[in-house]
Write a protein that binds this ligand. Structure first.
Ligand SMILES: Nc1ncnc2c1ncn2[C@@H]1O[C@H](COP(=O)(O)OP(=O)(O)OP(=O)(O)O)[C@@H](O)[C@H]1O
Ligand SMILES: [Mg+2]
Length: 243
């Protein structure tokens, strides 16, 4: 069950004076698969990180369903918004299962976080998610024994058990080979679609964006230069966004 993500007049100025995002208005309807494209430094990561509260907007508002994202409601936001990173952000020395269970922490008490004891229902969710990403037989391997593509699938299983209504992915395939990239993206997109989660992806590869997106948002220097269907993206658009 997805929710809408709404950004209104969003600006981000870092303490060093850099204006990474300069007035962005965007609404991502629930269940949409949107890809954000743009050159290095355009503000793509900053934009995503503000949606789950990893960065705070300097001005403007960000709303995820009914929830307005603030610097003091991280926990509520983490229940709704899941994130997949380029460098996986997993714990190498823990088992695959333990890494996936981390996706349940936002739903559990501090006691669970400290003693890392989860109810059987959480293990059941984790086994189901591992099955969905094709890694059920690797549950008790140490994460570091898995390949990059497999590790990213573990990260996908983690957002699945989080039961996130919104999934953010910041260049989730940037460190994978082309073939694995396509496999992982297929899995990410189908996982999001199977639960009507809203998916917002930052990508560097325009061809992959064309293949997987319902909608493309092209940004440059912190501003939206293109917002439309993949079929409306032309060579001219490419030049405008990446010039
Ligand atoms: N924590 C930070 N402190 C100061 N400036 C930052 C910080 N993070 C990013 N920036 C600056 O903000 C701008 C936008 O960066 P951002 O990482 O959002 O771009 P990006 O589009 O994700 O780039 P890339 O494609 O290289 O990942 C850049 O000029 C960057 O140097
Ligand atoms: Mg980035």
């Amino acid at each position: 069950m997805g929710v809408d993500v709404q950004l209104k007049g969003v600006m981000k100025r870092y303490p060093n004076g850099i204006e990474a995002v300069r007035g962005v208005d965007l609404t991502f309807p629930k269940g949409q698969v949107a890809v954000v494209l743009g050159p290095s430094g355009a503000g793509k990561s900053t934009l995503l990180r503000m949606v789950n509260g990893l960065e705070t907007a300097t001005s403007g508002t960000i709303q995820v369903g009914d929830l307005v994202v603030h610097s003091n409601n991280h926990r509520a936001v983490r229940k709704t918004v899941g994130m997949v990173f380029q460098q996986f952000n997993l714990v190498p020395r823990l088992s695959v299962m333990a890494n996936v269970l981390c996706g349940r922490l936002a739903h559990r008490s501090w006691v669970t976080s400290i003693f890392f004891t989860f109810p059987e229902s959480d293990f059941a969710l984790a086994r189901e998610a591992l099955k969905q990403v094709g890694l059920e037989d690797r549950a008790w391997d140490r994460l570091e024994k898995l390949s990059g593509g497999q590790q990213q699938r573990v990260a996908i299983a983690r957002v699945l058990v989080q039961q996130a209504k919104v999934i953010l992915a910041d260049e989730p395939v940037a460190s994978l080979d082309p073939e694995t990239s396509i496999e992982v993206l297929k899995l990410l997109v189908s996982s999001a679609r199977s639960r009507e989660a809203t998916l917002i992806l930052n990508l560097h590869q325009v061809d992959l964006a064309m293949q997987f997106a319902d909608r493309i948002v092209g940004i440059r220097k912190g501003q939206v230069l293109f917002d439309g269907k993949p079929s409306d993206w032309t060579d001219t658009t490419y030049a405008q966004v990446y010039q």
